[in-house]
Design a protein around this ligand. Structure first.
Ligand SMILES: [Zn+2]
Length: 238
């Protein structure tokens, strides 16, 4: 039975280690920073909805102006071809053609001016989007670094946990089931401690001092008897 207790102490060591690893896995500093980086990316994305829509609107208007300029240029070219083809000889018709060409050129010039105004107007929107894109680039890079660091640490923790679990499984096989039952119930009650040393009459699991009568009773037990703390149920090593 003392072998079983010694093995159970080893089981306890593995369980404590596994609990520490589990805690480390879920409380990595990188997770806190990653959450904050992701929040900032989301916040910038939200702020960008409006300028991104504004830029799309600028682009649509610019495209419409360019389309109209192209169409006016086609009309000018056609009118000029007619003008210089020699096919029109009537002075009135020639004058009318020249008038049309001048009017089309004015229209094209207006369209060009309008497009320049649009380009000036969209500058602050572009600048805001460019700044935000730079900020997101920096944050995305940080996110990747953090995710990799978390993965690496998870990998190391999982590898260590797998070894501890395997060693625990081997040990548990040699512990009688009733003893294991006591151990498991005591662990639930004592933050993971199911077996502890009894020192100076104090239970190492619940940290309570045993009543003198209980302590005496335990002391009278043979050395290989299984004893438990009356307060928390932990198995006690003497
Ligand atoms: Zn106790």
């Amino acid at each position: 039975m003392t072998d079983a207790l010694a093995n159970l102490v080893e089981v306890q060591n593995h369980d404590t280690r596994l609990a520490q690893l589990q805690y480390r896995r879920s409380h990595m500093e990188q997770r806190t920073e990653l959450a904050s980086v992701e929040d900032r990316i989301a916040a910038i994305d939200r702020e960008l909805v409006e300028p991104a829509a504004a830029r799309r609107s600028f682009e649509t208007r610019e495209q419409a102006l360019e389309d109209e300029q192209a169409s006016v240029s086609v009309k000018i070219a056609a009118a000029e071809r007619t003008l210089y083809s020699g096919s029109v000889s009537s002075p009135r018709e020639l004058q009318s053609l020249e008038f049309d060409i001048a009017s089309l050129k004015r229209r094209r010039s207006e369209l060009e001016d309008h497009e320049l105004e649009l380009l000036v107007d969209r500058e602050p929107v572009d600048a805001r989007l460019a700044t935000a894109a730079d900020q997101i680039d920096v944050l995305e890079s940080r996110r990747i670094v953090l995710q990799e660091s978390i993965r690496d640490e998870e990998y190391a923790i999982d590898a260590e946990a797998a070894l501890a679990s395997a060693a625990r499984a081997t040990l548990v096989a040699s512990v009688p089931s009733d003893l294991l039952g006591f151990y498991d119930r005591a662990r639930v009650q004592n933050k993971g401690i199911g077996i502890a040393r009894l020192e100076h009459g104090i239970c190492g699991a619940c940290r309570l001092k045993l009543a003198a009568v209980d302590f005496d009773r335990i002391r009278q037990q043979p050395p290989d008897a299984i004893v438990r703390c009356d307060d928390c149920g932990a198995l006690l090593l003497r």
